[in-house]
Design a protein. Structure first.
Length: 95
């Protein structure tokens, strides 16, 4: 596994109380990291996403910075089985 993938896995395990509620998969090519969330309830997905997406955005930002030092393109995505959460997925419009 790429060191950035290992870092994302360790960081998310420190954030969550249920440490076996997700898996980190690495795709080939330029490093494309997919964080696959398989929550038992919405609290696990919410823990990874954080308030207003702040937690996962911080992880994305740091992973992209780490990738720049090694000239690697890093993309962190969240996949949830029910499709309720996700990066720029189905959302209600804010007013």
């Amino acid at each position: 596994m790429h060191p950035i993938t290992v870092w994302i896995d360790e960081t998310l395990r420190q954030v969550l109380r249920e440490r076996d509620a997700f898996a980190v998969k690495e795709m080939l090519g330029d490093v494309v990291l997919t964080v696959e969330v398989t929550p038992r309830d919405d609290a696990v997905a919410g823990g990874i996403i954080g308030r207003d997406g702040m937690t996962i955005n911080a992880v994305r930002h740091l992973a992209q910075r780490m990738g720049r030092t090694s000239t690697t393109i890093v993309d962190v995505k969240i996949e949830v089985a029910d499709g309720k959460f996700g990066r720029r997925g189905p959302q209600e419009t804010r007013r």
